[in-house]
Write a protein that binds this ligand. Structure first.
Ligand SMILES: Cc1cc2nc3c(=O)[nH]c(=O)nc-3n(C[C@H](O)[C@H](O)[C@H](O)COP(=O)(O)O)c2cc1C
Length: 224
C-alpha cells in the first residue's frame, strides 16, 4: 500500500516551505523579465513563480521574494516604472536565462554583462529580449504582499504580445515549436516531453475549441 508522509503546512521554516512548494508545484513556466531602472539601465532575471491569471484583459502574475527589506532589482524597477516585459524562456535561451539569475549589483545590466540582444518595445519603455520567441509587454496593475511579507505578487496587464512567426500563424501559438523550458524543484529544468491529446470538453472563452491539424503544426499525438 502507498504510504504518505504528513507535513503540517503551518509552522514550517522558510527554507523547508520553499523546498516543499517548489518540489510539488511543477513544472513551472518561466517569466524572463526585463525592466529598466531610473537611469535607463536594463535588468533581466528569471522568475518561475509565475502564471497567467486573467484573460479579459490578459493578465499575468509573478511572485518576487525580497531579501529582508531589500527588493530585488526587478521588483524595485516594476514598482518605480509600473512596466515590465515577460520574455518566454525556451531551450535556445536557457543558458542566458539561467546566467541572468546571478546577482549583479543594481548598476550592472545583466543584458550588457551577458551580451543579450534587445529589441525596443512598442507600448512601454523596458526592451524585449530578441532571442525569445514571444514577449509580453506588461503594465503593472497591482501588487499584493503575501504571508509574512517575504513574497509579493506583481500582477500585470499584457498590453502587447510580440510573437515570432516561427511559433504563431496569426491565429494560434504553436507551443511545441516554442520549445519552452520549465523549472522543476532544485537546479533542474525540463522541456515539454511527451504530449497527450484529449478533446476539449468546454469551449474556451470566445473559442471554437481546438482542432488538431494532423501533420501541420504539431507532431503526431498519442491518442490520434
Ligand atoms: C529558473 C529560475 C526561476 C526563479 N524564480 C524566481 C521567482 O519566482 N521568484 C523570485 O523571487 N526569484 C526567482 N529566481 C531568482 C531570481 O532570478 C534571482 O534572485 C535574480 O538575481 C533576481 O534578479 P534581480 O535582482 O536583477 O531582479 C529564480 C531563478 C531561476 C534561475
Amino acid at each position: 500500500m502507498k504510504k504518505f508522509i504528513y507535513v503540517d503546512g503551518q509552522g514550517l521554516d522558510t527554507a523547508e516551505a520553499y523546498r516543499l512548494i517548489v518540489g510539488c508545484v511543477v513544472p513551472r513556466p518561466i517569466a524572463w523579465i526585463t525592466t529598466i531602472n531610473g537611469q535607463g539601465r536594463v535588468n533581466a532575471a528569471p522568475f518561475s513563480s509565475y502564471n497567467y491569471v486573467a484573460t479579459d484583459p490578459p493578465m499575468v502574475a509573478v511572485n518576487i521574494t525580497s531579501k529582508g527589506d531589500v527588493l530585488k532589482d526587478t521588483a524595485r524597477n516594476i514598482r518605480d516604472s509600473g512596466q515590465f516585459v515577460v520574455n518566454i524562456a525556451n531551450e535556445a535561451t536557457m543558458e542566458a536565462m539561467h546566467a541572468s539569475a546571478q546577482e549583479y549589483p543594481p548598476d550592472v545590466s545583466e543584458t550588457d554583462a551577458l551580451g543579450i540582444d534587445l529589441l525596443p518595445s512598442t507600448r512601454i519603455k523596458p526592451p524585449r529580449i530578441a532571442a525569445s520567441p514571444v514577449q509580453l509587454e506588461c503594465r503593472l496593475d497591482q501588487f499584493i504582499a503575501l504571508g509574512k511579507g517575504h513574497n509579493t505578487l506583481y500582477i500585470g496587464e499584457v498590453l502587447a504580445f510580440h510573437l515570432s512567426s516561427d511559433v504563431y500563424d496569426g491565429q494560434r501559438v504553436d507551443s511545441v515549436a516554442m520549445r519552452p523550458v520549465a523549472r522543476l524543484g532544485g537546479p533542474y529544468y525540463s522541456g515539454l516531453g511527451e504530449i497527450f491529446h484529449r478533446p476539449m470538453l468546454q469551449r474556451p472563452p470566445g473559442g471554437e475549441g481546438w482542432i488538431h491539424q494532423t501533420g501541420t503544426q504539431f507532431p503526431p499525438l498519442k491518442s490520434d
